[in-house]
Unconditional design. Sequence first.
Length: 322
Amino acid sequence: MATSRRTFLQLTAAGALAATPLPAMAATDLTFIVPLGSGGALDKLARRVAKYLPDVSGYSVNVENRLIKGDSDGYQDFLKRPADGSTVLVWFEPAAATYEGNFHLDDLAVINVQEIEPPILAARSDLGWTTLAEVAAEAGKRPNEIRIGAGKAGGHLMATRRQFAELGIKIREVDYASGGKARKGLLAGEVELTVGSLKAIRDLGELVTPLAIMAPRRLRLWPEIPTIVEAVRFAKAKPVFGSAYRFFAVRREVKETKPEVFAKLTEAFRRLTLDHEPFREASDGDMQWFGPADSSSLVARAHAHFLDLKQDMILPAGHRGK
């Protein structure tokens, strides 16, 4: 198989990094703050990085789930920590757009967008639905009776809400504290549908039937799932996309006042992503290295996209895409 120029450069850079020991923060641990409960895709990513980052950097990492009283407590806690580079926020779009009044991208210096993953819409397999067309037909008979559950902070419901509006059907939404709790609710019969990450849906096995991936291309790791473009073709409806952009960031002051600390963190993440094979295997090879500049641009563009999806109320209930 031919090696692309980008892949060649990444591998070359990884080899050069591996040859030079990475200086560690003197007697300083890293703390990853996850402003969500445990068990979801973001928490799993944080813990996977925390497990393997010490192998390539010398840092030791502790993960804290800081969803205490409200939606933004974890983020506010992050902002109160010293701006010395020892505290890293693990966050993602569309959650930042979901809580636009509490989260501000200008507060952050993004290290890397570690994962870009489109959500998968799935149904409980005992219901017998195998296509989105079948769900739409049933929802047409029973408006607002079919329920979809997802983590409140995840923002996936913004995309599915717009998609169902494009199809002209009414689905009842159920918010859960995390994606993990939403999946438990699905299996307990509290809801009929859910939307979540590939890994989360795949872990449910034969208990669920994937209906569509909310992306324009099929997944390499699960190619039999139709794209949302294919899934809504029966209604000639406009497809709605909604990938999750999971990223690591520090406070902006770290990059501005302690550039050497930000550089060390950046190099540690780069080495982990490009050169550490156990980490790549644990991540199904899906980790990506964009770097601070491109990652900041990706997050900003995703933020704008999901803010647009939040305006779904402008669509009348019977609206159909052309």
